[in-house]
Design a protein. Structure first.
Length: 402
C-alpha cells in the first residue's frame, strides 16, 4: 500500500487541452465504449479508463508525463485494455460520466468488462511510481477496492488491512468506504502505531470525541502515548479534540434535535482534569457553565461566567467566543432579571473596546436579549448599531494600506 503517497494526489477543479500520446500506454483510439468492452472480454483483461476533460491541468500532466512513460506503458499494455474519453465532448465519455457518476477529474477507473463494474478507482493525478502501484493493486483481487470491500464485509479487522482499505478509499474518494474503514481502524489501532507519520495524520485529522476509542486509549496511557507521539504533537491534537467537544457541549439546546450525551460530558470533564495543558481550565469553564444553561438556571450561568473570567482562564479571543456563546444561550431565557444582567454586562464590555467587529457582535447579542425581554424598540436600536458597526468595519478593512 502507498500510505504516505496519498498526499501526492492532485484533484482538479479548473485549468485549461489534453492530447493522446503515441508512446507509453496504448489507448484505444476512435473506439466506442461497447467495442472496448468487447475487446476486453475477449482478451480477459480489465479495462483501464482515463476520465478526463480538455480543461483539466492534472489530466494534462498525466497525458504528458505519466502515460508516455515506458514503465507505465509496459505494465498497463500487458494487463489492461486502455481507453480514455473526454467526459464532456466524446459521446462515450458523456455516457460514462453519467453511468459512473464522475464528479472530479482526472478519475481513473479499472473496470471488469464482464459486468462493467468498477473494481478499482483513483481520483486525482498520480506520478509514475504511484500509477504502476495502482495498476498492481487493481489486478490483485484481494487488494483492489472491490476485494477490500468484500474482505471488510466478511469481518476482516486486521489493523494493516484496515489501513490499506482506508487509504484506498481516500484515493477513490468513496465517502462511505472511508467512514466505515476509519471507524473500524480507530477502534483497533494500537497506541504504538501512532508513531507512524501516515497513521498519525489519519488520527489527528479524524473527527474524534471523548468517547472515541483512540482518545480513550491515549488518555488511559497518557505517559506512554507521549513517548510514542511526542508531548507537543499529542497535546496539540488533544487540545482541539477537547475544544471541539467542549464547544459542542456548550452549544447544545433542547431544540437541537439530539439528546444530551451525559457520558461524553462526564468523560470530557474527567480527561480535562487529568490533561495538564494551559487550555484545560478554559475548556472546563465551557463545560461547567453549560450545565447551568441546560438546567435553565441562567442566573447561576452568569455567576459561573463571572467566576471563569475572574480566574483569567481564557487565551487570545477564546474569552469572546465563550462570552458570545453563553449570551446566545441566555437569549432563550424568560428570566427578566437574568436577561437584564446580561444586557448590563454587554454594556460593560462595549465600554472596554474600540474593535468594530467585536462591537457589532456585542450589539447583536444585546438585541437578542432585549427581544427576549420584550423590549422590541430597544432591540431594534441594538440591531441597527450591529449593522452600523459591521458596515464601519468593512469600510475600514477595505481601505488601502500605505
Amino acid at each position: 500500500m502507498k500510505q504516505i503517497l496519498f498526499f501526492l494526489l492532485i484533484a482538479c477543479t479548473f485549468t485549461p487541452g489534453v492530447r493522446a500520446q503515441d508512446s507509453g500506454v496504448c489507448f484505444e483510439k476512435g473506439v466506442e465504449w461497447k467495442q472496448v468492452v468487447k475487446k476486453a472480454k475477449k482478451a480477459k483483461r480489465l479495462i483501464f479508463l482515463d476520465c478526463y476533460t480538455s480543461w483539466c491541468g492534472p489530466c494534462k500532466m498525466l497525458a504528458n508525463k505519466v502515460f508516455p512513460n515506458d514503465t507505465v506503458g509496459t505494465f498497463f499494455n500487458k494487463h489492461f485494455i486502455n481507453a480514455k474519453y473526454d467526459m464532456e465532448k466524446d459521446s462515450s465519455g458523456v455516457m460514462l460520466k453519467k453511468k459512473y457518476k464522475i464528479a472530479a477529474f482526472p478519475t481513473l477507473l479499472f473496470i471488469d468488462p464482464k459486468t462493467e463494474e468498477i473494481v478499482h478507482k483513483v481520483v486525482g493525478a498520480c506520478d509514475v511510481k504511484l500509477m504502476v502501484e495502482e495498476g498492481e493493486q487493481a489486478i490483485n483481487t484481494e487488494e483492489n477496492l472491490k476485494g477490500l470491500r468484500q474482505r471488510f464485509a466478511a469481518g476482516d479487522r486486521n489493523v494493516a488491512f484496515l489501513k490499506g482499505y482506508l487509504f484506498t478509499a481516500m484515493y477513490a474518494r468513496e465517502s462511505e468506504d472511508q467512514a466505515q474503514a476509519m471507524q473500524a481502524f480507530l477502534d483497533v489501532l494500537p497506541i504504538q502505531d501512532l508513531a507512524d507519520q501516515a497513521t498519525w495524520h489519519i488520527v489527528s485529522n479524524a473527527s474524534l470525541n471523548p468517547l472515541s476509542t483512540p482518545v480513550k486509549h491515549v488518555m488511559d496511557s497518557l505517559d506512554y502515548a507521549y513517548q510514542v507521539v511526542g508531548k507537543e504533537k499529542l497535546d496539540e491534537c488533544l487540545k482541539w479534540v477537547f475544544y471541539n467537544s467542549a464547544y459542542g457541549i456548550a452549544r447544545w439546546t433542547p431544540g437541537s434535535g439530539q439528546s444530551f450525551n451525559e457520558e461524553a460530558n462526564d468523560s470530557l470533564v474527567n480527561y480535562l482534569l487529568r490533561f495538564d495543558h494551559v487550555s484545560s481550565p478554559a475548556r472546563l469553564a465551557y463545560v461547567y457553565t453549560a450545565k447551568y444553561a441546560r438546567e435553565g438556571n441562567y442566573g447561576g450561568m452568569l455567576d459561573k461566567m463571572r467566576e471563569a473570567f475572574s480566574y483569567n482562564v481564557f487565551r487570545e479571543n477564546d474569552g469572546d467566543t465563550y462570552f458570545h456563546l453563553f449570551m446566545d444561550q441566555l437569549s432563550r431565557s424568560t428570566d427578566a432579571a437574568a436577561l437584564q444582567r446580561g444586557i448590563d454586562w454587554i454594556d460593560e464590555e462595549a465600554l472596554k473596546t474600540t474593535d468594530l467587529m467585536l462591537m457589532s457582535n456585542l450589539m447583536k447579542r444585546k438585541g437578542n436579549l432585549l427581544k427576549a425581554k420584550g423590549d422590541t424598540v430597544a432591540a431594534e436600536k441594538a440591531f441597527e448599531l450591529e449593522k452600523k458597526y459591521k458596515d464601519d468595519w468593512v469600510k475600514v478593512s477595505s481601505r488601502p494600506k500605505h
